[in-house]
Each structure stands twice: as structure tokens, then as C-alpha cells.
Design a protein around this ligand. Structure first.
Ligand code: ATP
Ligand code: MG
Length: 261
């Protein structure tokens, strides 16, 4: 038995998780979700979503595959080309990558909008505060004065000058119904989801099959590199990206462990 096996399940601070632990990223992720639940920003259901994601990540080798990296680069190009990009934040996203989402929004000049499956005013406020603690200036989703058509009440609520008006939306860990409803509104959708067989990445223009804790910083890095490129060059990157191929590569990797995906 190595020393690492003695890491307690409920460490107080994430600094207590040894960085050289073979399951470091997974332990960190679980810890952040637990803290999110305690702080009232993540719904208990979010733990189940995390568990499913973690299983897929294990099978993907817990690394950004070459095809996921391509998707992250295409996502950066799509965000830079957008008229009005909006980054959607739910309880898991807020718990896992609050600062990273704020940073990406700044680099691609996007709005941040809280959008919850299990919507309560308390949780919306707690998430907005949490994002502000991580540097966000404006957080949308509180007013929620517009509706996504063809979706039941609470889950359909969005800001009229936010997601409702957006041409491009980044929806990480999105529920399949809402991803489909946003698609039907004609939005260009970027979805981050570790399960390539889930409905959400299947309706996405740019499905990113990667852990959000790796995906978002990598999209930001690509966006920084691409920021001063000509529009035509960004459009060519988007054109060359094939969402079907990205999903197939991820599924192949999960099913066979093939490393070229
Ligand atoms: P459906 O098939 O209707 O989409 P689902 O099983 O995907 O159902 P949800 O709760 O809607 O259920 O989705 C949670 C999704 O989020 C899962 O597909 C899971 O793989 C993904 N997920 C969880 N944690 C992460 C993470 N850290 N990074 C990326 N994806 C994640
Ligand atoms: Mg899903």
C-alpha cells in the first residue's frame, strides 16, 4: 500500500490532496463538487452527474485527446467570430471552474449567464456571488425575463439580453432537452461533455468530449493564440472541424482505448 491510499475522503482544503497522487484530478474534482454542494451552489444531483463524468474520464485516460484539442481550438474560433457569445453556468460548472469561465469570458468578450436545471433564487444568487468572488463583473441569469421556446417553465428561463439574444452559447454539462431546445432556436452550440453518446454533445455544433477542468483553460489558451488572426482564417478552422468525427473519435477511445482519437 502506498502513502497515497491514506488520503482521507473528506479533506478540509484542496491543498491537502497530494498533487502527485495518481488520481489527483479526480480527487480534486470530487472535492470541489462536495464543497459546491456545501456552499449551496451545486445541487445534490450534481454529484451524480460528476460520478458519470468521472467514469467516462477514466476510460478516456483522464487526458485531453488530440481530437478534443481540435474541438477546443474550433470552439475558440467560434467564440471569437461570434457577435454575442454567452457562457452558460450551472452548479457543477460554478463549483469546478469559476475563475476559468470568468477568464474565458474576458478573452473572447462573452457574457456569463447562470442557467440552472434545478432553479431556485438562492442558488442563482449564490452562484452569481461565487462568480463575482472569482472576478466576474456582470453576471446574467438573475432577471430571467425571457423563455426558451418548447421547454417547460423553470428550465426555460433565460435573460432576454443574454442567452435569448446570443448567437453562440457555450453550454458545459448541459441537459439534453435544453441543448435540443437551444439548437432549435438556431443557436450555435458548444457543449462540453465527457459522454459522447449523450444527447447534448450530439446536437452541438462543437462537441468537446473532455473534462471541463481541462477543456476551459485550453479553449482560453487557443483563443489567446487566435485572437489577432484574420476572420477568414478563423472561419477556415470552423469549416474544417467535423463534429461527427469528433464524437466518433471519442467513442472509439472509450470503447477500445485507441490512442489516435
Ligand atoms: P442525457 O443522455 O439525457 O444527456 P446524462 O446522463 O448525460 O443524460 P446529465 O445529468 O444531463 O445526464 O448530464 C451530466 C453529463 O455531464 C454527463 O454526460 C457527464 O458525462 C457530464 N459530466 C459530468 N462531469 C463532467 C466534467 N467534469 N466535465 C465534462 N463533462 C462532465
Ligand atoms: Mg447529457
Amino acid at each position: 500500500m502506498s502513502d497515497h491510499d491514506t488520503v482521507p475522503a473528506d479533506v478540509e482544503h484542496e491543498e491537502e490532496i497530494p498533487e502527485d497522487h495518481p488520481r489527483y484530478q479526480d480527487l480534486l474534482t470530487r472535492h470541489r463538487i462536495e464543497r459546491g454542494v456545501e456552499k449551496g451552489i451545486t445541487h445534490l444531483q450534481g454529484m451524480h452527474a460528476e460520478g458519470r463524468g468521472s467514469a467516462f474520464d477514466y476510460l478516456l485516460g483522464e487526458e485531453t485527446t488530440p481530437s478534443a484539442n481540435e474541438a477546443e481550438r474550433a470552439a475558440a474560433a467560434v467564440l471569437l467570430l461570434a457577435e454575442h457569445p454567452v457562457l452558460s453556468i450551472n452548479g457543477n460548472v460554478a463549483a469546478l471552474v469559476p475563475g476559468e469561465m470568468v477568464e474565458l469570458a474576458a478573452v473572447v468578450d462573452a457574457d456569463l449567464e447562470v442557467n440552472l436545471f434545478n432553479r431556485t433564487p438562492e442558488r442563482i444568487e449564490a452562484i452569481a456571488d461565487h462568480l463575482r468572488d472569482h472576478g466576474a463583473e456582470e453576471v446574467k441569469g438573475i432577471e430571467a425575463d425571457a423563455r426558451i421556446p418548447n421547454l417547460e417553465h423553470e428550465r426555460a428561463k433565460v435573460d432576454g439580453d443574454g442567452i435569448f439574444d446570443a448567437d453562440v452559447v457555450l453550454v458545459p454539462l448541459e441537459d439534453g432537452d435544453r441543448a435540443e431546445a437551444l439548437d432549435a432556436m438556431g443557436k450555435t452550440e458548444i457543449v462540453v461533455d465527457l459522454n459522447p453518446m449523450s444527447r447534448s454533445p450530439r446536437v452541438a455544433d462543437v462537441p468537446i468530449v473532455d473534462n471541463i477542468i481541462r477543456a476551459i483553460p485550453n479553449v482560453t489558451e487557443h483563443a489567446r493564440k487566435l485572437a489577432d488572426r484574420e476572420e477568414a482564417e478563423l472561419e477556415a478552422i470552423v469549416e474544417a472541424f467535423d463534429p461527427e468525427a469528433a464524437l466518433e473519435a471519442a467513442e472509439e477511445r472509450i470503447r477500445t482505448g485507441a490512442v489516435d482519437g
